[in-house]
Design a protein. Structure first.
Lengths: 309, 479, 266
């Protein structure tokens, strides 16, 4: 593991005439803050500023014309009564749960499938990565074309094997599943690779011993391997929750929020960049932020406990 | 791309074109421009940008002023430009705007006559003469409700009815239609006729069309019911066609818009337009619920639908390709039912924070000039300049049919519609960019059955109240 | 029998993942009249590729994407590697700071864009490579820090302590002991940062115009108001995916083993 060579060679010449920076770095208490300071600077500039700005704006009636007037909780009151907002939020949560469940189940199945040595494995695993690489925005337009009921290649294939054509994006109720599908297609590789890496780092001999003891492969998986993967599953859920709460791209070239597919971030975009109702838009955003924060904080705490244990 | 075909045609037509008229404005008439600052032009993405860029280059070459450009997809055009304009960044010397945004953007744009007084030896009077070749209705749309023209239109998307002439003229179909509906099959001019034609040509596989058995089902009409602005345009055309309004501009004695009125009668007509649209959905192919012009026209071109009752004139060109896919297929154009189509134009407008309004003015004058527009129109481009269209129009051969077949019905509709424009909400409200989005959502939800026509009308009243009163000083007048 | 099933499953998976991409390339060879209804049989053309080079500023956009992605990734690494080390080694901020870092991705970017736009206008950063680069650093640093944090956690502190006892200073320890061990982590993180900066649209669109406009914005411009240029769009998608493909290929080895976030104890 460690470079034994480096260790025996001893201190470098530079170490003798230590700069003040170097001295600071050698002390744990100072170095930990010094190392993190660039990040803190970025956080202050790029996170604190927009968040505080938005928090302030959410209490005003700013429409990017004239000066913002303080209106107290008006925007939040409007939001609580706004069915469009709650519908979008409900849909976003639905898409979130659907995507995560599908990605975890399929991801785990494929990771188990790939967790062995087989011919051409590097190439095949590499190819699995391709959906993550493509521009999600342009791809949404491509999907609209490929899944079109009349001109889409997917329906051509379905009809070739005797199935009826399906209105993927033109059927209320189904359209939202098509959005889920696009998102899963793009992000499934992420789950696969995280879970595969997890499976690879599990100690094999232990499972082999268990199998010798007469446990079936399935029971080994559910009783031994799966619990050990739990932290990774939480990480996937945590990250995907963050990303999916802000899902936007798949709507761009497909339904644009039509057929009951409007998601939270699309609605916020509309409020902020079409209506230019900055007050209400920031109120939506802050509300969504609190919600995501609470959900993710719970998962994060759990994760940290597991990682310590 | 389709564009290259335009270019190929354009080259040959150009060689034959007549010398410019005396009152025309050409590149040679652009004087020396004292402000040497480079100008930046926003363009609407797609083939249109490809067509205009060579003209920008010619202007730059002639005047020595650098012209840069940036194309944006229509869906983001409004947002991006308004962010820059409201932010006062001075990024765009010429913005590209849609006629229904004119009033909303008034504060950011400079009236053309003001610029003419400042930079043009011909002055405001000369400019008025120069612009007179444009359609008066379109010019009114590109003007603020106070009457200031803020830009020069270069492209129209007035709707026309595109239909299968071969099918409507088929003797067998005509006889069958007469037998079923008791009147002659013809291009529909009333809603009832449109409905009947749509119903009549909606047929299952195995039925016949023009005496031949159909392998695939066909549908009467193509519609664009997806949540894109187009569904709003269709409903609007149906509403206007019956004399209805989304809201009516109210003017005082001097002609100044003081507010907007929502009448019971208009709302009843709106509800009937919503209901009628819902009814029509039954005769449109599957997929219509999420369709926009691309798939709607493709359905027609592939021979799956017999009519696009409300389609933008620029899609005529592609529609004529139906001859390649349907046996004996031939497209023809007619005015839409009610003869009050959704209409408007894109126009370039000089932005108030431009660093070189002088060059901007001359570039605008060049792009909007008769011969420039004619040069574009000869490629099949849907120019908004009437005299250029008339001069470019030819009849006879296939190329002429493909490029100019839309012009007659479009211009006929302009004439009918011009007097109405003054009280359309679209060209008088300063909240219209926002209202447009609301109308789109409401019209889409009506079309797909999420809301009933009556609920849609209520949703519209709420949206109008919220946005009009909030973003415009001319408010709703309760009554 | 098992082998047949295995290969069938693999084939099905690859088909699902790759067919859409294949269709993008196929579409890029089509003429407009073949887009609807032609399916697999058509006369291929390279016109779309020529169009990209001859008519559009595509190369410039690709170059901008390259500059911004690479620059932002380098800065992200410079910021995130030390920070992740600090989080992992010293538990700086008791986990709270790490969570705050992660949470930067939770705020709707659409809304954050408005204050950024105002600030960038004042600082003259609109339509500059530097401005967009900074935004991408903000985007990617949270995930990068979190991912790297996992890699650092896997390195036993004893190793480091031993080196310190041997008289190494912190910089040497980082350079000679730690860094070689987290190379795979750096590789994976680099790849994700590159891909995400490469494909980001909203900020690229709002914060650039002409000079710093990236390929992802260019990709949106094929959707006109009366026609979608399917062929050129697909061709541009096909070209734009290539650099990310190369990056992914180079890092491929590490991805398969490395994406554990340090969360699985072997």
């Amino acid at each position: 593991m460690a470079d034994a060579d480096t260790l025996t060679r001893g201190p470098s010449g530079a170490g003798d005439r230590q700069s003040s920076l170097s001295r600071l770095l050698n002390k744990d208490s100072t170095s930990k803050w010094l190392l993190i300071s660039p990040l803190l600077l970025f956080l202050a500039a790029f996170m604190l500023y927009p968040t505080l700005y938005s928090l302030y704006m959410s209490f005003t009636d700013y429409i990017m014309r004239g000066a913002p007037n303080f209106v107290g909780l008006d925007n939040y009151r409007y939001l609580l009564d706004d069915p469009v907002f709650w519908e979008a939020l409900g849909r976003t949560l639905f898409v979130l749960v659907a995507c995560i469940v599908i990605e975890l189940c399929l991801g785990l199945a494929i990771a188990l499938l790939l967790n062995r040595d087989f011919w051409g494995q590097d190439l095949i695993k590499g190819l699995c990565f391709v959906p993550l690489l493509i521009s999600p925005l342009a791809m949404s337009l491509m999907w609209n074309y490929m899944l079109h009921i009349q001109f889409g290649v997917v329906n051509d294939m379905l009809q070739a094997i005797g199935l009826p054509a399906v209105g993927w994006f033109s059927t209320t109720g189904l359209a939202i599943w098509s959005i889920v599908f696009i998102s899963v297609w793009q992000w499934l590789p992420f789950s696969i690779f995280v879970l595969l890496a997890g499976l690879r780092s599990l100690p094999r001999d232990q499972f082999e011993a268990a199998q010798v003891d007469g446990l079936s492969a399935w029971r080994v998986f559910f009783l031994l391997q799966l619990p050990m993967l739990a932290p990774l599953i939480i990480i996937i859920v945590l990250l995907r929750t963050m990303w999916l709460m802000r899902l936007f791209d798949p709507l761009y070239g497909t339904t644009r929020g039509g057929l009951n597919t409007e998601l939270l971030d699309w609605m916020i975009y509309r409020t902020a960049f079409v209506d230019f109702d900055i007050g209400l838009g920031t109120a939506y955003a802050m509300f969504a932020l609190y919600l995501t924060l609470i959900g993710c904080l719970l998962m994060y705490k759990r994760l940290m406990r597991m990682m310590k244990g | 791309m389709r564009c290259t075909q335009y270019f190929a045609v354009s080259a040959t037509v150009l060689a034959l074109s007549l010398p410019a008229f005396a009152d025309d404005f050409t590149l040679d008439d652009v004087p020396d421009i004292s402000n040497r600052e480079a100008i930046h032009v926003a363009l609407e993405a797609g083939g249109g940008a490809d067509l205009i860029i060579p003209f920008l280059e010619k202007f730059a070459e002639k005047t020595g002023i650098e012209v840069t450009h940036e194309s944006m997809v229509f869906a983001t055009l409004y947002s991006k430009q308004i962010v820059e304009l409201q932010g006062g960044t001075g990024a765009y010397d010429l913005v590209v705007t849609e006629t229904s945004w004119t009033n909303e953007w008034e504060d950011y744009l400079v009236p053309m006559e003001e610029l003419a007084e400042k930079f043009d030896p011909a002055g405001a009077g000369g400019f008025r003469e120069y612009i007179s070749g444009h359609d008066p209705g379109i010019l009114r749309m590109a003007s603020t409700r106070g009457g200031n023209l803020v830009g020069v239109p270069y492209y129209t998307y007035t709707m026309i009815n595109i239909f299968r002439e071969d099918v409507l003229n088929d003797a067998g179909e005509q006889a069958a239609f007469k037998a079923r509906y008791n009147y002659d099959l013809a291009v529909p001019t009333t809603r009832q006729q449109l409905r009947d034609v749509a119903e009549f040509f909606t047929r299952d596989a195995g039925a016949t069309l023009k005496g031949e058995t159909l392998e695939e089902p066909i549908y009467g009409i193509s519609l664009m019911a997806g949540r894109f602005p187009h569904v709003q345009d269709e409903v609007t055309a149906l509403l206007w066609g019956e004399g209805g309004r989304w809201a009516r501009a109210v003017r005082d004695g001097s002609g100044k818009v003081t507010g907007f009125a929502v009448t019971e009668e208009d709302m009843a007509k709106l509800e009937s337009a919503f209901s009628f649209y819902r009814d029509l959905m039954r005769f449109a192919p599957p997929g219509t619920e999420n369709a926009f012009w691309d798939f709607a026209t493709a359905q027609f071109v592939e021979g799956n639908t017999m009519m696009i009752p409300l389609m933008y004139a620029p899609l005529w060109n592609w529609s004529t390709d139906v001859k390649n896919n349907a046996k004996g297929g031939r497209a023809a154009a007619a005015p839409v039912v009610g003869e009050r189509p959704y209409t408007g134009a894109f126009h370039f407008a000089p932005s108030r924070d431009s660093g070189n309004a002088e060059a901007g003015y001359w570039l605008l004058k060049y792009i909007g000039a008769k011969s420039t527009q004619q040069e574009m129109a000869e490629t099949g481009w849907a120019s908004a300049r009437r005299d250029s269209l008339m001069a470019a129009r030819k009849e006879g051969d296939d190329a002429a049919y493909k490029n100019f077949g839309w012009i007659n019905s479009t211009v006929a509709q302009w004439d009918k519609q011009a007097p109405d424009v003054d009280d359309y909400l679209h060209f008088n409200s300063r909240a219209f960019g926002k209202l447009y989005e609301q109308m789109t959502i409401i019209a889409h939800e009506n079309a797909t059955g999420t809301k009933t026509p009556a609920e849609s009308v209520e949703a519209w009243k709420r949206a109008l109240k919220r946005f009009q009163n909030r973003y415009d000083d001319a408010k709703l007048i309760d009554g | 029998m098992r082998a047949v099933l295995f290969w069938f499953a693999i084939a099905l998976m690859l088909f699902a993942f790759l067919f859409p991409v294949f269709w993008v390339y196929l579409t890029s060879l089509k003429q407009p009249e073949d887009i609807f209804g032609a399916g697999l049989i058509f006369e291929p053309t390279f016109y779309n590729y020529r169009y990209l080079v001859e008519v559009r500023p595509s190369l410039n956009e690709l170059l901008n994407s390259m500059i911004v992605s690479v620059a932002s990734t380098i800065i992200v690494m410079a910021v995130s590697v030390p920070a992740a080390y600090s989080f992992a080694r010293f538990n700086t901020g008791n986990g709270h700071l790490l969570f705050i870092t992660i949470s930067t991705r939770m705020f709707p970017g659409v809304v954050a864009a408005i204050p950024f736009f105002i600030a960038f206008r004042e600082l003259n950063l609109l339509d500059t490579h530097f401005g967009l680069t900074m935004l991408y650093v903000y985007f990617n640093m949270s995930f990068a820090t979190f991912l790297l944090y996992g890699f650092f956690r896997e390195i036993p502190t004893s190793l480091e302590n031993a080196a310190m006892l041997d008289g190494y200073n912190r910089i040497d320890v980082l350079r000679k002991v730690i860094f070689p061990l987290i190379k795979p982590g750096v590789a994976i993180t680099t790849m994700f940062c590159l891909i995400w900066s490469w494909n980001e649209f909203l900020y690229a669109f709002l914060f650039t115009r002409r000079i710093a406009r990236t390929a992802s914005v260019g990709l949106s411009t094929f959707w006109g108001s009366v026609e979608i240029q399917w062929g050129p769009m697909a061709a541009f998608m096909g070209i734009a995916i290539l650099p990310t493909l190369v990056a992914a290929w180079l890092m491929q080895r590490h991805i398969v083993r490395g994406l554990t976030f340090g969360a699985v104890k072997g």
